[in-house]
Design a protein around this ligand. Structure first.
Ligand SMILES: [Cu+2]
Length: 154
């Protein structure tokens, strides 16, 4: 009987250890979220920095926001001097690595907004990862920069 209790305790300890091993607290971090303002019927691009401080690789597989009907992960690139962008199914952030979503590269395409935005407003987005975790972050709307050099508003 004593042996059975001991076996049970050993098993319990093993389960707790395995649980702690596989379900470490989520230590992916998201910094400096912002979105580039765009005319009301145009998509906005969302940017942020991902810092993978966890002990596993992360794969971003999707995103959503209550403020937009559709949010997609895109990557901008240049082909024969032409700026293009394509949908990305999965973005890997290796353990210990940082990955910037920034103009000219990876971004969230925030489409079909269901509210108005002023500069300085925030929109909350949810990032979904392959391991099942979800993370919220706020993107602050910032002005479009350098599109046109307009002196009339000086
Ligand atoms: Cu895009």
């Amino acid at each position: 009987m004593k042996k059975a209790v001991f076996s049970f305790l050993a098993l319990l300890l093993a389960v707790i250890t395995l649980y702690g091993f596989y379900f470490k607290p989520n230590t992916m971090m998201i910094h400096h979220g912002w979105a580039r303002s765009a005319p009301p019927n145009s998509p906005m691009a969302g940017y942020f920095e991902l810092h993978n401080h966890s002990d596993q690789d992360y794969h971003l597989v999707g995103a959503s926001s209550d403020d937009f009907a559709t949010v997609m992960v895109h990557r901008s690139y240049e082909e024969s001097g032409v700026a293009k962008m394509s949908h990305v199914d999965e973005v890997a952030i290796q353990q210990g690595e940082n990955l910037d979503f920034a103009p000219g590269g990876f971004h969230l395409m925030l489409m079909k907004r269901n509210r108005d935005f002023e500069i300085g407003d925030k929109t909350s987005v949810v990032l979904r990862f392959k391991n099942g975790s979800e993370m919220h972050t706020d993107l602050e709307v910032k002005a479009m920069d350098g599109k046109k050099h307009n002196h009339s508003d000086h």
